[in-house]
Design a protein. Sequence first.
Length: 212
Amino acid sequence: MSAPHDTPPDPDPAGAPETAAPARRKKKGLSTTGLIEWALVIVGAVVLAVLVKTVLIQAFYIPSESMYPTLQKGDRVLVNKLSYRLHDVNRGDVVVFERPPEETATNIPDLIKRVVGLPGEEVVIEAGSVYVDGQRLDEPYLPEGVTTESPPSAHYQCTVEQPCEVPDGEVWVMGDNRGDSKDSRYFGPIDEDSIVGRAFVVVWPFGRMGLL
């Protein structure tokens, strides 16, 4: 009599149990709410940029050498458009202003110069220097050896006998490159209301970055 054989257990009819596959995560696209939020962010950024440019700060490109060496052709500066809503124009400020109608040598809409004379003052150009109300003006921003003259072609000679008077509400502006600048010597004092703002920093090129 033979020994009984062990009968193997019946296999699972469904086969070996399988580990349940993890549920696939559906890729979520942007919901309508998300799209609206992004649209609001973009619109807000655009509005902010326009507001800053219109009211606060604007960048300007320097197209000439009239302010050399303080500013060089190709420089880009930032202009504070709020400055003169908070305080008066100061002597020595570098300002951007609307091109006066008398300036016909260029079609550039905005010019940049330095404020030399203030409202109510008299400007005289004599012996290579600028005098304001009889006092020689100290101009440390000019390179050593630079002199100031009124070329024969300049409409305003500003002599001792006929000083250039700066009316109330206006300022006298000149380029730092005195030998190559069409400024108040040619078109006279400018209205303070025509000033766009005060240039306060060079932002380009990087090697020339710095405050004015």
